[in-house]
Ligand binder design. Structure first.
Ligand code: NI
Length: 180
């Protein structure tokens, strides 16, 4: 399974920001950005940079971040960078990661419940918690919190999602936050 973007984050922003390169090339704006680690916020950690960006793209960016509830550009840019850094860690199978696996399935499918439970018990060290919701008469939603080496976590998610009878499944990648 290809790496998937976590929630909206950078993927959503980047995909929402296609611009007409032909017409807007010459029309650049400079925006000033603060980059800092919020957990260690001191003046010496703060770097201020200027970014040249075409006006049309900047307008779309401002539009998008307003809708997402950002109050300033700097925080939106920082989130873009963090999301790319998190994504990068998943490329190495040995890196330590955290994530969630979401499954939707019909619990009437023969032995499906048992199969999914067996698989979760087989990987009890990697699956920290499971939330089960009975969506309606037939369908169940399960959200599993997973933690471990990227390769192993991905393998567990693939096995669960590809089990016959699972209607939809998704592995969402995130980070323990320690590196950001
Ligand atoms: Ni259920």
């Amino acid at each position: 399974m290809p790496p998937r973007k976590a929630a909206w984050q950078a993927g959503g922003l980047l995909h929402g920001l296609q611009t007409n390169h032909g017409s807007a090339r010459a029309n650049h704006s400079i925006c000033s950005l603060d980059f800092r680690l919020e957990s260690k916020l001191t003046m010496s950690d703060l770097s201020r940079i200027g970014v040249a960006i075409d006006s049309e793209l900047l307008e779309k960016f401002d539009d998008l971040i307003n809708k997402r509830g950002y109050t300033n550009r700097s925080e939106a840019f920082r989130d873009l960078i963090r999301d790319e850094l998190v994504e990068k860690t998943w490329e190495s199978p040995e890196s330590s990661v955290v994530g969630t696996v979401t499954l939707v399935y019909d619990h009437h499918v023969r032995l499906l419940n048992e199969k999914l439970t067996d698989m979760q018990h087989d990987h009890h060290r990697s699956i920290l918690s499971t939330l089960h919701v009975h969506l309606d008469h037939d369908n169940c939603l399960e959200v599993l919190v997973v933690r471990g080496k990227a390769g192993a976590v991905r393998k567990i998610a693939d096995a669960l999602i590809s089990t016959k009878g699972v209607k939809h499944g998704r592995l969402t990648i995130t980070t323990s936050g320690a590196e950001l």
